[in-house]
Design a protein around this ligand. Structure first.
Ligand code: SF4
Ligand code: SF4
Length: 380
């Protein structure tokens, strides 16, 4: 992915960066990182003005939220700068993240069971890792807050394939089942999306560009083999990863435009919904907007129309941050806790991203439930 250069140190990105907002340390901000690291792009290990250990420690501290690039007048993405640096200067966390994402998915629930047996003691980083692993255990079903159905006959395009993503595939298969049920209720014919794999977004963030490219190629081949159907996505981070395919050169311009138009958030497929709110719905439900919807969140208007009391938090990042979770778990958890402080009066929070749902559930205090919205919606 091409990177624009030339930070002017204007500081406009400071207050959108969740790390800077949490720690108020300028070297954690996109501005500070650019000052220290922008000249390093293209330099080899051992050629840096700062010791590489210090560069590496700083380069780990990014949630990959993308807020800096959207805020910057020059569209400088510090997440991209750091991903590029990681790709040029590999370390243990990149190696383990690669195995965790590409090979270990079927073992995620087992990791959750093991973590649930380990006492919550030891350094904060270890406790944070255990919290995250426990969130991979199967979750208890909740009674629905909403029973929804199409309010009028819609003319569904056919067919639609569901892109489940890693979290649903390995830890929350009930999300895929619910998405299938909803799409069928809306009259869609389903194509088998079981051949889709990881979107590759988290591999990109970790600087694992070769594996990201492989994931992308496999998903595009699967889509072509299915006859280029519409693709329904219920995870904002997956959607973010899939959107990037159109610019990567695996498709010609016509096919890339088709891909962009066909890959959409699940809520976009559920036109004209009407809902019955059940007694289980909290009086003040919270909604966490995932950073990776990039301001084009289809879930928020969908849910707001159905659940008028829906309250948005302070629009903070959940802190999942992909490889941040592995290389600085205590920082990731601190971001998650700060995010949940933005819902002071809510007994339950829903979101539309697999990563956000797992992350926020892992750090939620007793009495606060965090779920994907698919968990609280039923269809008649
Ligand atoms: S990254 Fe962009 S917004 Fe941030 S200090 Fe540099 S030029 Fe300004
Ligand atoms: S991607 Fe997010 S966490 Fe990373 S530097 Fe930019 S604003 Fe900060």
């Amino acid at each position: 992915m091409a990177m624009k250069r030339g930070c002017t140190q204007c500081g406009d990105c400071l207050d959108v960066c969740p790390l800077f907002r949490l720690y108020r340390r300028e070297e954690y901000s996109p501005k500070g990182k650019r000052l220290l690291m922008e000249p390093l792009d293209g330099w080899g290990a051992g050629e840096t003005p700062l010791p590489w250990e210090k560069i590496r420690a700083l380069s780990r501290l990014c949630a990959g939220c993308g807020r800096c690039g959207r805020q910057c007048a020059r569209k400088l993405s510090t997440a991209e700068l750091l991903a590029d640096l990681r790709s040029k200067h590999p370390d243990w966390s990149r190696f383990i993240w690669n195995i965790w994402i590409r090979r270990a998915g079927p073992l995620w629930p087992l990791a959750g069971r093991i973590a649930s047996l380990v006492p919550a003691i030891g350094p904060q980083g270890l406790r944070s890792s255990l919290e995250t692993a426990r969130a991979l255990l199967p979750q208890r079903a909740v009674l629905p807050w909403l029973r929804i159905r199409p309010g009028r006959a819609v003319a569904p395009e056919a067919p639609v394939a569901i892109f489940s993503g890693c979290t649903a595939r390995y830890a929350r298969p009930e999300w895929t089942a619910k998405a299938e049920k909803l799409l069928r209720r809306w009259g869609y014919e389903l194509a088998d999306g079981g051949g889709f794999g990881c979107c590759g977004g988290t591999l990109h963030h970790a600087g694992l560009f070769e594996w990201e490219a492989e994931a992308r190629r496999k998903n595009i081949e699967t889509w072509r083999a299915l006859g280029r159907p519409a693709v329904a996505v219920f995870c904002a981070s997956c959607k973010h990863g899939l959107d990037a395919y159109a610019a990567e050169g695996d498709m010609d311009a016509e096919e890339a435009a088709l891909w962009k138009s066909r890959v959409r958030g699940l809520a976009d497929f559920l036109a004209a919904p009407v809902a019955e709110i059940t007694p289980e719905a909290p009086a003040r439900p919270g909604y966490h907007e995932p950073c990776h919807w990039e301001g084009r969140d289809p879930d928020k208007p969908f849910l707001r129309a159905l659940l008028p009391g829906l309250t948005q938090g302070r629009e903070l990042c959940c802190g999942m941050g992909g490889i941040l979770k592995m290389s600085a778990p205590d920082v990731s958890s601190a971001l998650g806790r700060r995010c949940l402080e933005g819902f002071p009066d809510c007994g339950a929070v829903v979101t539309g991203c697999g990563g956000c749902a797992l992350q926020l559930a892992s750090v939620a205090p007793p009495g606060l439930t965090v779920r994907h919205w698919l968990d609280v919606v039923e269809t008649q």
